[in-house]
Write a protein that binds this ligand. Structure first.
Ligand SMILES: CC(C)(COP(=O)(O)OP(=O)(O)OC[C@H]1O[C@@H](n2cnc3c(N)ncnc32)[C@H](O)[C@@H]1OP(=O)(O)O)[C@@H](O)C(=O)NCCC(=O)NCCS
Length: 394
């Protein structure tokens, strides 16, 4: 475990004692993120939180929940870290480090072998062993551009569909990075209070689910709204078209459609569907991954159906270098301590490679010149699945 404490502070790190602590944490988060809507009430039953208090005043905190994350089509036990914040007047005293250390300690004891988070503060997490898994992108286009979208099949129904969780999981597991969303995810993101955001879905003639859309309206001046899409899951091209045509049906009031950060994987499908390029691409910030248990993370992941061996030396500031022999065959890996340690990676770079975020050029730049090209090519092949994609914002 990386040591996170760099400076002593008088803050105590505890679990929230009651609803007042949670409310005070929300107030710190609202200041830290500049987001007046920040409200953890729907999450509280499902997450573990650690707060920093000074003289009984909450000055910072963070929360985490257990979730499996798909890599190589296998669910790997992990945890998602969210809402890491410290009140501005208490920053720079090592408080965030102590909160994260307490939270990761608990998650590791609960069986997590990976940890994912979203952050613009990449330098903060890099020093603690997280490294880039992927970058989020948002795409937007004028709603009128969707007029050229061909009609798809199926019918739109309003609301959450029966079988929603299983449907989304089936599509998500084809990618490297999505979490297996817990059942409560959908009620958290789409509360049933009638105020949106909303869910709609597409069914085919046999009542089978073909697509899911999550979206909300955002007022624009002087009148009308933009549509903000927060989930877009389509079984095939036809279902994707039906969902787009449904968005277009809002066109008498709606101006633009924005596919929020990482709603769409890879290259957006509209590029192949629309005759005129109206898509605006806006970057967002990255997600990062940390490997909490190297042998367990490597053995849980799915691997290509090739026979391979890597002699790894993983450099972790807390434990010093550790050597592992990684072997895989028929899509499964085994890991033993020892070996020559030919391939030297920091804990962070191991996480990026694991996520599929390091291509051959990046691997070549990171590896020492002693690593032969054949090993670089093998490492590239091992994690060169679908592009890493974390569609889950937490
Ligand atoms: C990011 C944040 C939680 C850090 O809180 P903090 O208590 O000041 O952090 P710490 O004092 O524990 O600092 C941790 C380390 O990161 C470094 N650090 C802190 N802020 C940093 C920044 N913005 N960029 C780079 N490094 C930073 C510190 O120097 C420290 O390094 P050290 O351990 O070598 O001394 C705080 O700035 C915050 O609440 N920001 C707004 C919310 C946010 O962006 N959260 C992160 C997204 S999830």
């Amino acid at each position: 475990m990386t040591t996170l404490v760099s400076r002593r502070t008088e803050a105590l790190i505890t679990a929230p004692r009651d609803a007042n602590d949670w409310d005070a944490f929300d107030a710190v988060a609202r200041r830290a993120f500049g987001d007046a809507r920040h409200d953890s009430r729907l999450l509280r039953p499902h997450v573990v939180a650690r707060l920093a208090t000074v003289d009984n005043e909450v000055v910072g905190g963070a929360m985490a929940f257990r979730a499996q994350q798909f890599f190589g089509r296998q669910p790997v036990p992990g945890c998602c870290i969210a809402t890491v914040c410290v009140a501005p007047e208490w920053r720079g005293r090592g408080i965030a480090g102590r909160i994260i250390e307490a939270l990761i300690g608990q998650m590791t004891r609960d069986g997590a072998v990976l940890s994912a988070l979203w952050t613009p503060a990449v330098g903060v997490y890099r020093r603690w062993g997280w490294e880039i898994g992927g970058l989020a992108r948002c795409y937007s286009l004028p709603i009128a551009a969707l007029r050229s979208m061909p009609e798809g099949a199926g019918e739109i129904r309003r609301g959450a569909a029966a079988g929603l969780c299983a449907f989304q999981r089936r599509l998500a597991e084809d990618w490297d990075g999505p979490i297996e969303r817990p059942e409560w995810w959908w009620d958290w993101k789409y509360p049933r209070d009638g105020r949106g955001p909303w869910l709609s879905h597409v069914i085919d003639g046999d009542d089978r689910l073909r697509g899911i859309l999550g979206y909300r309206e955002k007022r624009v001046k002087p009148w009308g709204y933009d549509l903000i899409v927060s989930d877009f899951w389509a079984r095939d091209r036809s279902a994707a078209r039906t969902l787009c045509r449904y968005l277009l049906d809002h066109g008498s009031q709606a101006r633009r459609v924005t596919f929020q950060q990482n709603v769409l994987p890879g290259t957006p499908f509209m590029l192949w569907e629309l005759p005129h390029h109206d898509l605006r691409d806006q970057g967002w910030y990255p997600w990062m991954l940390r490997v909490l248990d190297v042998p367990a993370a490597l053995t849980h992941r799915g691997w290509p159906e090739i026979d391979a061996r890597l002699d790894l030396e993983i450099m972790d500031g807390a434990t010093g270098p550790r050597r592992f022999v990684f072997e895989c065959s028929r899509g499964k890996a085994s890991v033993a301590e020892g070996g020559s340690g030919l391939v030297k990676l920091s804990l962070g770079h191991l996480a990026s490679w694991y996520a599929g975020a390091l291509d051959r050029d990046a691997l070549r730049r990171l590896a020492s010149s002693a690593v032969p090209e054949s090993i670089i090519a093998l490492m590239d092949t091992l994690t060169r699945g679908p592009s890493p994609w974390l569609p889950d914002i937490f």
